[in-house]
Design a binder for this molecule. Structure first.
Ligand code: R2B
Ligand code: URA
Length: 304
């Protein structure tokens, strides 16, 4: 069974679940928010940009950075974690920007996105742009390069996300918003002192064997086989590898959200498996997608 991409009538988030309407209350358990306990339209109705990324600390730093970039009052102060009652995910706000962590891997980001998308729906948000800012392994590109994903592909280089529903495999499209990717690339040309490119992003279920690494606790293939696989991925247009983009693209696409994936490459996987750069270098690399997205948001808000 294949599902097609959704549309967003009137710019609203488009949940595709008839059961939601008949629920008296919706508890967003992993976010520690709910329709009866919180006034979601008042809290979130004016959100226009949602940025998601793996680590809670990084997403707090991003929200703090965005407060400074947008010239918001109290920019230097500690930010409260909106999901403080749950230790699964962290959520911060900077004006019209929401910054949320999603943990590592498809199951973790899927749970967060189901609840986030319902949150945006309950809050009656309109015209929301959602961007994953993350880290990745590069493929044939210099460490520190930023990849804007045009298509998220699975480990067979196909633009699909397979979700098992009631024991059946449902295949979902992983198309992302092409215009948004181009807008981000144009933005990078203006600000970036680092290489930025558009390419396919391969999403895997594992960091080690799943990404062809030789340095996990298990490995049953040779260095030659690994390189042959990674070169085939490169020839199919893959420029970086991470662990969430197909699920992110599928869920956001079906719910009518304009979505982008922007990840920095921490290393070139054609040159090795271990991430050897220092903490300082890695910290600076991780700021690159944040700087690009800050410039993009400033531009969209007419501050650029
Ligand atoms: C990138 O980095 C994490 C693994 O180190 C994973 O969440 C991803 O997609
Ligand atoms: N994240 C990944 O998923 N893979 C890498 O190689 C680096 C970061």
């Amino acid at each position: 069974m294949t599902e097609t991409t959704g549309y967003s009538g009137g710019g609203f988030v488009h949940v595709k679940n008839p059961h939601l309407d008949s629920m008296e209350e919706d508890i967003l358990y992993h976010l520690d928010l709910g329709t009866k306990t919180h006034n979601l339209p008042a809290m979130f109705g004016d959100i226009k940009f949602v940025c998601v990324g793996g680590s809670p600390n990084r997403m707090r730093a991003f929200a703090q950075f965005m407060r400074r970039e947008l010239g918001l009052a109290g920019a230097g102060e500690e930010l409260p974690d909106i999901c403080a009652g749950s230790d699964r995910y962290a959520m911060y706000r900077a004006g019209p920007v929401l910054s949320i962590s999603h943990g590592m891997g498809i199951p973790s980001i899927s749970i967060m996105l189901h609840e986030l998308i319902k949150l945006l729906h309950h809050a009656k948000c309109r015209d929301v742009t959602i961007i994953r800012i993350g880290t990745s392994g590069g493929l044939g590109i210099e460490a520190g390069s930023v990849v804007i994903t045009d298509t998220a592909v699975d480990s067979s280089f196909q633009p699909r996300f397979e979700q098992v529903v009631l024991g059946e495999v449902v295949v979902r499209s992983t198309e992302l918003d092409k215009d948004l990717a181009e807008e981000l690339l144009a933005c990078s040309r203006e600000i970036a002192d680092f290489p930025t490119l558009i390419g396919h992003t391969m999403c895997t279920y594992d960091f080690y064997e799943g990404q062809g690494r030789l340095d996990g606790a298990l490995c049953s293939f040779s260095s030659e086989k690994k390189l042959e696989y990674l070169r085939r991925a490169y020839d199919a247009g893959v420029r970086n590898i991470e662990m969430e983009s197909t699920a992110f693209a599928a869920l956001c696409g079906l719910c009518g959200l304009k979505a982008a994936v922007v990840c920095v490459a921490l290393l070139d996987r054609l040159e090795g498996d271990q991430i050897r750069a220092s903490h300082e270098v890695l910290w600076e690399y991780q700021q690159r997608p944040q700087r690009l997205i800050a410039a993009f948001i400033r531009q969209r808000l007419g501050l650029g």
